[in-house]
Design a protein around this ligand. Structure first.
Ligand code: PLP
Length: 404
């Protein structure tokens, strides 16, 4: 059957593919250290699960919600945004709305669909989440990438943003804390970003904040619109329960933005999925978000410990030049390009697939090739598995990196 040219341009999700391959090797009896995961390996907090149980009793939990989601929940999430970002409700009440979607990936699709015309350019900051370029292309947009490197802890320089601006630049996606680098951009970066935005009054910002609650290194993440409230009028904020409530499979995410954008997104959603999962929306509506903070304390401590082990291991193995301080989310970008092992490869091409394959086949460690995050010759590792297997996996990685 002849497929559409649109779908031919879309790549498979590499993380999904890798999980399949690791599972297959596991089934063949091999010990696999899976550092490729993008989710917390724990169950959601009991208070939330209890609310889901409770909502099972009601007819409405099984019926369509309004396309944008239940209104009390949308209001609650906007209020929560105002409280958690220290914004006055006056800035949002009446002018902002929220839309619940089937995961925040879906919210980002809807936002791009509402904003992008074919040929419009969208700035992505590499390393970026693998799905951004695919989503931009799906709507006919053109990704315009600004790179960063390990020496700057993968934080892009604002001056480089000016260089990619063209009359067709419509939006920029900022993801802090960042998947895959595991860092969040500092207050000074955000302040400088405000000044940059002031020079381009038509540029829209999609601020993907799905990891905002998972940071284990002070100061905590903050956002440009907190330093200049006027920028809220061209900001779309993306949030989810996937990471902070350890609920990736429940598929509930949301976007908050000025009303006009949300109503456009709602039109797209109304003609595609009709709306998000009613049961989970109702459970979230009933759930006290104050429980999230204590739930995440041991999670952060665990990631911090694994990150500290990584630092020590790299220092001991003379790989200090591959290290930077990760601060948030639950990832770290391994830069292969200056390790002894890399002498076998030519530096002018990308070998991240080859190297990740070797790591999986020879050492039993699954990582995600970094080229799909926009940085060649790197890989993403997740810092979430249990301490002992994490340490064993890192010992194997370090041995591999130092082998010529
Ligand atoms: N944004 C970022 C940066 C992510 O890493 C992910 C998932 O890994 C998502 C959005 C989408 O999450 P979900 O669709 O589960 O809400």
């Amino acid at each position: 059957m002849l497929l559409s040219s649109r779908v031919k341009g879309i790549h498979d999700s590499i993380t999904m593919k890798l999980n399949e391959k690791s599972q297959q090797l596991n089934d063949e009896g091999k010990v696999i250290y899976n550092l490729s995961g993008g989710q917390l390996p724990i169950k959601p907090l009991p208070e939330f699960v209890e609310k889901i149980h409770h909502q099972l009793n009601f007819l409405k939990s099984y019926q369509y919600s309004p396309s944008s989601g239940f209104l009390p929940l949308r209001k609650k999430l906007i209020k929560h945004l105002a409280e958690s970002r220290d914004l006055s409700m006056d800035l949002l009440e009446g002018s902002w709305d929220c839309i619940l979607s089937n995961g925040s990936k879906h919210s980002i699709y809807n936002a791009l669909g509402a904003l992008i015309d074919p040929g419009d350019e969208v700035i992505l900051l590499a390393p970026y989440w693998v799905s951004y370029p695919e989503m931009v292309k799906f709507w006919g947009g053109i990704p315009n990438v600004v790179k960063s490197n390990v020496f700057d802890a993968f934080v892009p320089a604002i001056e480089d943003l000016h260089k990619v601006m063209t009359p067709r630049t419509k939006a920029i996606i900022v993801n802090s804390p960042n998947n895959p680098s595991g860092v969040h951009y500092s207050e000074s970066w955000m302040r400088e970003f405000c000044l940059f935005l002031k020079q381009y009054p038509d540029l829209v910002v999609i601020s993907d904040e799905v990891y905002s609650e998972i940071s284990y290194f002070d100061p905590k993440p903050s956002y440009f619109y907190q330093y200049d409230n006027s920028l809220l009028s061209r900001t779309v904020i993306i949030q989810a329960i996937s990471k902070s409530l350890a609920s990736t499979g429940l598929r509930l995410g949301y976007a908050m933005a000025p009303k006009g954008v949300i109503s456009a997104m709602s039109r797209i959603q109304g003609q595609t999925t009709s709306g998000a999962n009613s049961l989970i929306q109702r459970a979230l509506m009933d759930f006290d978000l104050k429980y999230v903070e204590p739930f995440l304390v041991p999670v952060r401590n665990h990631i911090r410990l694994n990150a500290a082990f990584l630092r020590e291991k790299f220092r001991e193995a003379n790989l200090g030049h591959c290290w930077y301080q990760s601060t948030s989310a639950f990832y770290f970008m391994l830069d292969f390009s200056r390790t002894p092992m890399f002498k076998r490869f030519s530096p002018d091409e990308d070998h991240s697939y080859e190297i990740s394959d070797e790591l999986l086949n020879n050492e039993g460690v699954a990582v995600v090739p970094g080229v799909d995050f926009g940085i060649p010759n790197t890989a993403r590792i997740a810092l979430v598995i249990e301490e002992i297997p994490f340490q064993e996996a890192l010992t194997k990685i370090v041995r591999y990196l130092n082998r010529t």
